[in-house]
Structures are given as C-alpha cells and as structure tokens.
Design a protein around this ligand. Structure first.
Ligand SMILES: [Zn+2]
Length: 205
C-alpha cells in the first residue's frame, strides 16, 4: 500500500514538473510506474494538453477568410430589372442575397397596366370638356378602371386610335356616356365592340 501511495505521488510529480523530476532524481519514470494502475500514465502517452498546443493560437487568427459563400438555403427575392412599358411586360429577376440568380420571369399584364394607367391619368388631368386621344398598336381593350375614370369626368371625350388585324381604326366614346355599360361580363371593353356601338372607322393614310 505504501508503494502505491508513493507511485501516486510520483505520477503527480510527472504531471506537474516532469523535466525537473527527471533531472533531479535520475529515475526512470516508466520503471517507477510499472504497476498495473500506473501504466496508462506513461510519459510516452501524449497529454491532452499536448494536442491543443499543436495548433498555435496565431494560426487560427491569421487563417485566410474562406472565399466561398457558406452553404445556405437560397432565398430568392423578386427584383425588377426592367420596368413595364406600354409595349413590354416587366421583367423580374429572382435573386438571392448571395448573388445567385434563378432566372427571370415576366409579369403578365404589366404592360397593359402601363397603357391603362396612362389613359386614366390623361383623363383625370384633361382640361374641362377636353378630348383625350389614346394611341396604341398593341392593345385592343380597356378595363373597368378606364370606364370609371370616364364616369368621374363626364365632360371628357375619349378617342381611341388602335390597330386590329393590321388595320388602323379610330373610335370615339363621347363625353357623358354611361361608360360602365360598355364593359363585358369580364370587366373589359373591347375596341371592336366600341366600333359597333359608336360607329368607328378605318384610318387610311
Ligand atoms: Zn443564396
């Protein structure tokens, strides 16, 4: 029992000050620890702290910043890369904050909305008893919003110059007309229908 206690003391010494112990006493630590319960403390066994010390602290501090973006779930946001015009729908890009894009989509109907918004603005801003002329070679109908604008301005005359099957036409909605009655069941007002109601005419150059 005494020897075991002594061995334990030696082991403690090995951990605390192994180099000093060896220098001062000249004892082979492996022999001193030959008992079964001390074998695992052989100085040849790397101490846990040795593993940590193998990686200098300064190494991690100066490690280069990874150039690749960390893996993440892309979160694609809508980004308008071309505003809608009267002749073209808006083009929208799906883009993640990391810069990855996922193609483009067009916004259906946005071009028609531009055309209609222009007409509505012109009607609203028309001078008293004025005439608004809409010019389009693409669109062939109005919607309820345009008819509502006319109802708000019963003094305004709306002339529509449009193209249908490669033929240019003109048709006029007279001032004060009950414009909402011109809408079909889907809320649209086709120019060819206006032609039937108001007697439009071809435009010859
Ligand atoms: Zn991403």
């Amino acid at each position: 029992m005494k020897r075991n206690i002594k061995t334990a003391a030696l082991i403690a010494a090995v951990f605390l000050a192994l180099p000093a112990f060896e220098n001062q006493n000249g004892i082979n630590i492996v022999n001193a620890g030959s008992d079964n319960n001390t074998r695992e403390y052989s100085p040849q066994t790397p101490l846990p702290s040795d593993n940590k010390s193998e990686v200098p602290v300064s190494k991690s501090e100066t490690a280069p910043v990874p150039e690749t973006i960390p893996i993440h779930s892309h979160n694609f946001q809508y980004m308008t890369i071309q505003e809608a015009s009267e002749t073209q729908d808006a083009v929208i890009l799906l883009r993640c904050s990391c810069g990855i894009t996922n193609g483009t989509i067009t916004e259906p109907g946005s071009a028609l909305n531009i055309f209609i918004e222009d007409i509505i603005r012109d009607i609203a801003n028309a001078p008293e008893n004025g005439t608004v002329t809409a010019e389009t070679k693409i669109w062939i109908c109005y919607n309820k919003a345009v008819m509502d604008a006319l109802l708000q301005r019963p003094d305004v005359t709306l002339v529509t110059n449009y193209r249908y099957n490669n033929v240019d036409y003109t048709v006029t909605i007279p001032a004060g007309y009950e414009a909402d009655t011109l809408l079909d069941e889907n809320g649209y007002c086709g120019f060819r229908y206006l032609d039937k109601v108001f007697g439009g005419s071809e435009v010859t150059a």
